[in-house]
Design a protein around this ligand. Structure first.
Ligand code: KG4
Ligand code: ZN
Length: 336
């Protein structure tokens, strides 16, 4: 089974070819970040138009890299949601039309299912079942994954996502959008403990998160500080420590509560080095194996969508057939 995967839910156009026997054959990505940076965030209409421009050349390149053509492709997987509706419609329309022309099934994939299956692209993939921490720009969720398509949300953010908190705090620190990676880089020069931020919701039981207070704490910490001195890096470090510590402690609790022996990390914030180190330590402390995608597959990519499509098609799951694009879509509701 060989699947062409298409991701266009936000500001990356990405295409990949995944083969059920041989693994990932190719992946291509065009990031629109430079285009949106002038506006301090993603401009949906510009994103949609750019997906239209980029998609066909990327598909041609990914197919050529994979030495594949319409005859060797068994299906087309595309991100059907959640995301920016215009951007999703570009990918959904393209994939559905290609499926009709090629007489191959086109399958709508949940973007977060793609993220949480991304560690399966690695040489030592996790087996089902597992606990997944999904930390992206739009979502922060702890998911009890029983099997492919069986996802139960056991904890989630009540306000901002972890990536959103990184991006908003980065903006306060004068870093360009999306500032998560830049903030982490700045924090490398900062000292732990110079600024201590709250650890939201750690004082209560339960597995939910809340990150909106952290950017306010950063704003307060920044008042009257010399932004050219070491304070900036110390604040970045204090903020990162707070987010990492909160995510790590909730993962530890969730592993204990669910009894899972495998923890999967996925989504853009999963690229954060300190978070990866801290979660590896949590795994050791509770006897769980921890799985991360390589950093380029933490952020949005086509490989995770091609993989999810391949697993679904191979398992005979065709319920996503027919064009679909949904801005809002609960992961817990998708089923097999
Ligand atoms: O999964 P993703 O590419 O897009 C969504 O589906 O949202 O995640 C993007 C998010 C952004 O908020 C970005 O700032 C954050 O991931 N991010 C990071 C790092 N790299 C990307 N946050 C913290 N540390 C990083 N190294
Ligand atoms: Zn994403």
């Amino acid at each position: 089974m060989r699947v062409l995967g298409i991701e266009s839910s936000c500001d990356e156009t990405a295409v990949a070819v995944y083969d059920g026997t041989r693994g990932l054959l190719s992946h291509r990505l065009y990031s629109q970040i430079a285009m949106h940076q002038a506006y301090g965030g993603v401009v949906p209409e510009l994103a949609s138009r750019d997906h239209v421009r980029r998609l066909l050349p990327l598909v041609r390149e990914a197919l050529a890299d994979a030495h594949s053509d319409r005859d060797s492709i068994d299906g087309i997987a595309y991100t059907a949601g959640p995301g920016l509706i215009g951007a999703l419609l570009v990918g959904a329309g393209f994939a559905t039309a290609l499926g009709l022309a090629w007489r191959k099934p086109a399958l709508g994939i949940h973007h977060l299912e793609g993220h949480l299956l991304a560690p399966l692209l690695e040489p030592k993939p996790p087996a089902f079942p597992f606990l997944a921490l999904l930390v992206s720009g739009g979502h922060t969720q702890l998911v009890d994954v029983a099997a492919l398509g069986s996802y139960r949300i056991v904890g989630e953010t009540l306000d901002d996502a972890a990536g959103e908190a990184f991006d908003k705090t980065a903006k306060l620190l004068g870093l360009a959008y999306p500032g998560g990676a830049a903030l982490a880089k700045l924090a490398e020069d900062g000292r732990s403990g110079q600024f201590v931020f709250p650890r939201p919701m750690l004082d209560r039981p339960g597995l939910d998160f809340s990150f909106s207070g952290l950017k306010t704490a950063a704003l307060v910490a920044l008042r009257g500080r010399d932004l050219l001195g070491t304070d900036r890096a110390d604040i970045a470090r204090g903020f990162e420590d707070a987010v990492v510590e909160t995510l790590a402690e909730k993962c530890r609790r969730a592993l204990v509560q669910t009894g899972h022996r495998r923890l999967v990390i996925a989504g853009g914030v999963g690229a954060n080095r300190r978070l990866r180190e801290r979660l590896a330590a949590v795994g050791l402390s509770v006897g769980a194996d921890v799985y991360f995608p390589r950093t380029e597959f933490c952020t949005d990519n086509g490989a995770m969508i091609a993989l999810a499509g391949c697993l679904r098609l191979a398992a005979g799951m065709r319920s996503g057939l027919g064009m679909s694009a949904r801005a809002n879509w609960e992961l817990g509701s998708i089923g097999a």
